[in-house]
Design a protein. Structure first.
Length: 136
């Protein structure tokens, strides 16, 4: 959370317009809370670089991405996508890894009730956008 706040509050998205940011293996349910908290603190406390957008708007700008954690569940996934949109979250199997639920994680998340377009973004489009080679 501090890294996201520092990255956004430091003005890096404005300074580097093609830069993308991703957070991995740290959950995703905290994103709506942190988006609102950053907005409030940027106004109340200040201390950020001059920003072109509210901090939360950088999270929904198409340049911020976060991998999901299976255990946070379908309800949390729906809450976060309702708040931030379909272009932020990415599926990650976390395999091979001591905490991995592979292959059950894929089966579990594939069973979540969501429109096909949202599922395509979660399992493919968002990761392609995040990991795309930036133009030189």
């Amino acid at each position: 959370m501090r890294f996201v706040g520092s990255f956004i509050g430091g003005g890096l998205f404005d300074k580097y317009p093609k830069l993308r940011m991703g957070v991995l293996e740290c959950g995703f349910g905290w994103l709506p809370f942190w988006a609102r908290r950053m907005d409030e603190q940027a106004v109340y406390v200040g201390g950020t670089a001059p920003l072109k957008l509210k901090p939360s708007e950088y999270l929904t700008s198409g340049r911020f991405f976060c991998s999901i954690e299976r255990q946070e569940g379908e309800d949390m996934f729906n809450t976060v996508t309702q708040y931030l949109g379909d272009e932020v979250l990415m599926y990650a199997s976390d395999y091979p890894h001591g905490e991995s639920w592979f292959p059950e994680s894929a089966t579990t998340v594939l069973g979540w009730n969501m429109p096909p377009e949202r599922k395509r973004k979660l399992f493919w489009d968002n990761a392609i956008q995040f990991y795309a080679r930036a133009p030189v």
